[in-house]
Design a binder for this molecule. Structure first.
Ligand SMILES: [Zn+2]
Ligand SMILES: [Zn+2]
Ligand SMILES: [Zn+2]
Length: 320
């Protein structure tokens, strides 16, 4: 099983022999501590093993979802409308010329930083694009392997979930990840600000412990950053709630000096309220290093009283 998983990783990443040996060694050592073969239960193309070297805790099971979903009627209605609002490109060359591809041009024309890196280069995104990335979509003429379809291909890098000493469960890379590599999307149930304001109460009813409720709120990711900068009034505001359903995105811990950055990517709609929240490697990440992103909580908020344990020299002290 492990060998099979490993071959897939090596192939996807074109590892050299020294790297292959390191990952193999790493995975063999971990085998004894393996508590679950695959957190995704077969729903990702490559399995995500779970190990616990710290104690006997079993990882809480969730309803695993490789993509964000909606089961709330009002949200489903908004989504249906917004999906019609998605133009494709007319490329006949599988989008190899970015300056001729309408989708890639959309990414470029939306950013203010025209001279900078404007999108994917060889499947890598070296810098965050604050205005979002527009990937090719179902209305485009290109095929599945066009260079402007990166995050929609799903998780390709070998990841592992493990119990950390300080911060509960976390995730790490099983082999070196080059800077700019797509790691994973943050998935879960799509909700709006309407549901969000009622969420603490709802959770309170389901769970009796207020501390549990606070913990669940940490799993709600905000999609509205682009809306804030928009001149047109846009509502509702959307969130991804991964408290009970989601993917490995919900496992990544916070760091005040993270090795991943969060990027908004548009895949099946161009509605600025509805990007996907996606993680890329901010720098070269050596195998075994915990994968973290900045949850973005602003210092000075009096409601924040959970201590941050990221341990970085840039630590802001509070987490949420
Ligand atoms: Zn194109
Ligand atoms: Zn396209
Ligand atoms: Zn394309």
């Amino acid at each position: 099983m492990l060998q099979k998983i490993f071959n897939k990783f090596a192939q996807a990443l074109e590892l050299n022999r020294a790297q292959i040996l390191r990952v193999q060694q790493f995975m063999t050592v971990m085998q004894e501590k393996l508590v679950m073969d695959d957190y995704s239960l077969g729903m990702e193309e490559i399995p995500i093993p779970v190990i616990n070297e710290v104690d006997d805790e079993v990882i809480p099971m969730i309803d695993y979802r490789p993509t964000t979903f909606t089961d709330l009627l009002s949200v489903a209605y908004e989504l249906k409308k917004s999906r019609e609002f998605c133009e494709g490109c007319s490329c006949e060359d599988n989008c190899i010329e970015p300056e001729k591809c309408e989708c890639q041009l959309r990414t470029l024309t939306n950013t203010n930083n025209k001279s900078a890196i404007s999108g994917y280069k060889n499947n890598l995104l070296l810098e965050k694009i604050f205005t979002g990335i527009y990937e090719c979509n179902k209305n485009c003429k290109c095929k599945k392997l066009c260079p402007n379809r990166v995050t929609q291909q799903g998780i390709k890098v070998p990841l592992q979930i493990f119990k950390t000493f300080e911060a509960g469960w976390g995730a790490r890379a099983l082999c070196d990840i080059p800077k700019g590599t797509f790691i994973s999307t943050y998935t879960g149930r799509m909700i709006t600000n309407e549901h969000f304001s009622g969420l603490p109460k709802l959770l309170q009813r389901i769970r009796s412990n207020p501390e549990d409720v606070k913990q669940s709120l940490r799993y709600v990711a905000f999609l509205g950053d682009l809306v804030k900068n928009s001149k047109i009034p846009v509502s509702p505001i959307f969130y991804v709630d991964a408290s009970t359903s989601g993917n490995i995105g919900r496992i990544f811990n916070h760091s005040c000096d993270p090795n991943m950055f969060a990027q908004y990517v548009f895949v099946d709609t161009h509605d600025i309220r509805l990007p996907n929240l996606v993680f890329f490697a901010k720098r070269h990440i050596p195998s075994g290093e915990e994968l973290c992103w900045d949850y973005g909580y602003k210092p000075g908020n009096p409601n924040m009283n959970t201590e941050c344990k990221c341990g970085s020299t840039k630590c802001r002290g509070k987490l949420f």
